[in-house]
Design a protein. Structure first.
Length: 229
């Protein structure tokens, strides 16, 4: 029974409109959505749930190598699953420390706040470095749509890092990633992920509103406290 379930997860497909969708692509995106919902509630469970989705989706976006069923490799999409895993471990540890310290008074694991000038500069520098590194790398790897793929990878890392830091702006970065990701994924045949991105973009607006309200309820952090976090 266990082996049959594993075989279904790894090899199973769903017939849709004359084509096939990988079961693990659908399930992996489901874990991604669940992680986003938990993130909106500032629950620490968002991180392990997201990591499971990252593992599944990594195997999907190297479909050209596996030839199941897509023929295009999206190395940026695959690579971001690896970076997600690394940053998610950081976020998981950081949120646990904030939860242990009872930073948020409303039951959330972390207290949302704006990034501020220093945080925005940090994100901008990381964004430039990410694009400078990832674009030529993805182009050399013959990734399909290297510029868009590089931004999706860079923006996803920035958003995940911003979430780990508790910065409200991370939701806006996700929306910018979705705006590029939807057309790229549709053109390359990753339809479940494209639908996921589209729905996720709408969800990010709700998440932004939730974190914005929570940040207004929370007392302002002292300057020296903000600088060390």
């Amino acid at each position: 029974m266990i082996w049959q379930a594993m075989d279904w997860l790894l090899e199973g497909t769903i017939a849709v409109a004359g084509g096939q969708l990988l079961v693990r692509e659908v399930i992996g995106n489901g874990f991604g959505l669940a992680s986003a919902m938990l993130g909106m509630r500032r629950s620490m469970r968002a991180w392990p749930v997201g990591i499971i989705g990252n593992l599944l989706l990594f195997t999907v976006f190297v479909g050209g190598i596996l030839d199941r069923p897509q023929v295009h490799d999206l190395w940026g999409q695959a690579g971001r699953q690896v970076f997600f895993g690394v940053v998610s471990v950081y976020g998981w540890v950081r949120w646990r420390r904030r939860w242990t310290a009872q930073e948020a008074s409303d039951g959330g694991a972390i207290r949302p706040r704006w990034a501020g000038r220093r945080g925005l500069i940090e994100l901008a520098v990381l964004g430039v470095v990410g694009m400078v590194v990832f674009y030529p790398t993805l182009r050399a790897l013959d990734s399909w749509g290297p510029a868009a793929d590089a931004w999706i990878l860079t923006g996803s890392i920035l958003a995940t890092y911003g979430m780990a830091r508790g910065w409200v702006e991370f939701w806006l970065i996700w929306i910018a990633v979705d705006a590029v990701g939807v057309p790229l994924l549709v053109m390359s045949g990753y339809y479940p992920s494209a639908a996921m991105y589209l729905g996720y973009g709408v969800f990010c607006l709700a998440g932004f509103g939730a974190w914005l309200r929570a940040s207004r309820r929370a007392p302002r952090l002292p300057v020296e406290e903000v600088s060390v976090r």
